[in-house]
Design a binder for this molecule. Structure first.
Ligand SMILES: [Zn+2]
Length: 318
C-alpha cells in the first residue's frame, strides 16, 4: 500500500518527535522498558504523568514502587491510572500499602476501580490505606474510604465487605488518617519497606508528601504543593529519586501559584535535599512545551539528572 503525501508528512513528523523525545531522555535520568519495571532491584513507575486535564492525553497522578517484580506501594490513584496499573502488570494483591497525597479528583478518582478489581484477586491480607486527616473542605482518609465503601451510606456499599469488620471477605481495607507536620513521621514499616510522611501546603487542602524506602533505596513523592515550609526538603533528604509536580510554569501567579510550586522552587528543594535524581510529573497544558524553560530554572539550583515523566515510564534505582 502506498502512503499518501499527507500520511508520509504525518509519519515523518511523528518520527521526528519520537526521535527528539528519545534524545531528550537519553541525556537525563535513565528509564527501562515499561514491561520490565522493577523486575530486578527497585524502581518507581509513573502510572499517571498528567494533571486533571483530559486534553493532556495522560493519566492523572499515580505512581508505583516496585521491588523484585512486586508492586509494593501505590501512591495516588488519579483518573486513568487504574488502566495504567493493569498495563504495568501490577496486581492489587501485591501491594503492601496504598498512599494518598490528598483527595483532589486527579489524585483519587480511580480508587474505587482499583478496589473493585482487587475483589477478583486472591488477596488474603489487609490493605493499609494512608492519607491526610480531614478539614472543613475535605474528608479524612477514613471518611473518604467510607464514602465509597461504608455499609450504611457508602456509594458502593455493595462492596462493604471489604471494609466492614463483621462481614465475611477475603481481605479488609484498613484506612488511616495521618496527622503530620514538618518533621517526617513514620507511618508504616515491614521488612525492608518503610514509609514516612510530612505535611505540605496545597492551598486549604490537607496534603502529604511521601517517602518510601524499599530495598535500601529512597523514593520521595512531593504530591501537589506550593513548596512552602521546610518539610518537603527534609523528607526528600538524600533521596535516590524525587518525583516533583511540574503543574505551573515559572512566573505563575494567583491561585495557580498558591497551589503549586514553579520550577525554581522545585530546583531549590531538590538542591537543598541533595537528591540523586529528579523526575518532573503532573505535567499540564500550561507546562507542556515549556520543558527548556523549566529545565533552565531548575539547573540554576540543582545539577543532578532530570527527566520529564510520561505514563508508564520506569525509573530503576541501582
Ligand atoms: Zn493534582
Amino acid at each position: 500500500m502506498q502512503l499518501q503525501r499527507t500520511d508520509r508528512r504525518f509519519l515523518c513528523s511523528r518520527y521526528a518527535i519520537a526521535l527528539a523525545s528519545l534524545v531528550l531522555l537519553c541525556a537525563r535520568v535513565p528509564t527501562a522498558a515499561a514491561q520490565s519495571c522493577g523486575a530486578h532491584g527497585v524502581a518507581a513507575q509513573v502510572l499517571g504523568s498528567g494533571g486533571p486535564e483530559l486534553e493532556d492525553k495522560r493519566a492523572s497522578s499515580s505512581y508505583l514502587v516496585w521491588e523484585e517484580g512486586q508492586a509494593r506501594v501505590l501512591v495516588d490513584a488519579g483518573g486513568g491510572s487504574a488502566l495504567r496499573f493493569g498495563e504495568s502488570g501490577a496486581q492489587m494483591s501485591q501491594l503492601d500499602a496504598l498512599l494518598f497525597t490528598h483527595f483532589h479528583v486527579d489524585h483519587s478518582a480511580d480508587f474505587s476501580a482499583l478496589i473493585k478489581s482487587s475483589w477478583f484477586e486472591d488477596r488474603k491480607r489487609p490493605l493499609p490505606i494512608y492519607g491526610p486527616a480531614g478539614n472543613d473542605f475535605m474528608p479524612s482518609t477514613s471518611e473518604f474510604v467510607s464514602d465509597f465503601f461504608g455499609a450504611q451510606r457508602g456509594a458502593y456499599r455493595y462492596l462493604s465487605e471489604l471494609l466492614a469488620p463483621g462481614e465475611e471477605s477475603s481481605y479488609k481495607m484498613q484506612p488511616h488518617s495521618v496527622a503530620a507536620g514538618d518533621a517526617p513521621v513514620a507511618v508504616y514499616r515491614t521488612g525492608d519497606l518503610a514509609i514516612f510522611a510530612v505535611r505540605v501546603v496545597h492551598g486549604a487542602v490537607p496534603a502529604l508528601a511521601w517517602r518510601v524506602e524499599a530495598g535500601g533505596k529512597v523514593f520521595v513523592f512531593s504530591g501537589d504543593t506550593n513548596g512552602e515550609g521546610a518539610g518537603l526538603a527534609r523528607l526528600a533528604s538524600g533521596a535516590d529519586l524525587f518525583i516533583a509536580h511540574n503543574a505551573v510554569p515559572e512566573g505563575a501567579t494567583g491561585i495557580e501559584r498558591r497551589l503549586h510550586m514553579p520550577p525554581s522552587v522545585i530546583g531549590q528543594i531538590a538542591g537543598d535535599a541533595r537528591v540523586k535524581s529528579l523526575v518532573l510529573s503532573h505535567r499540564m497544558l500550561r507546562t507542556l512545551g515549556k520543558e527548556d524553560q523549566t529545565l533552565a530554572e531548575i539547573r540554576k539550583r540543582y545539577s543532578g539528572p532530570v527527566a520529564f515523566a510520561n505514563d508508564l515510564d520506569c525509573f530503576p534505582v541501582n
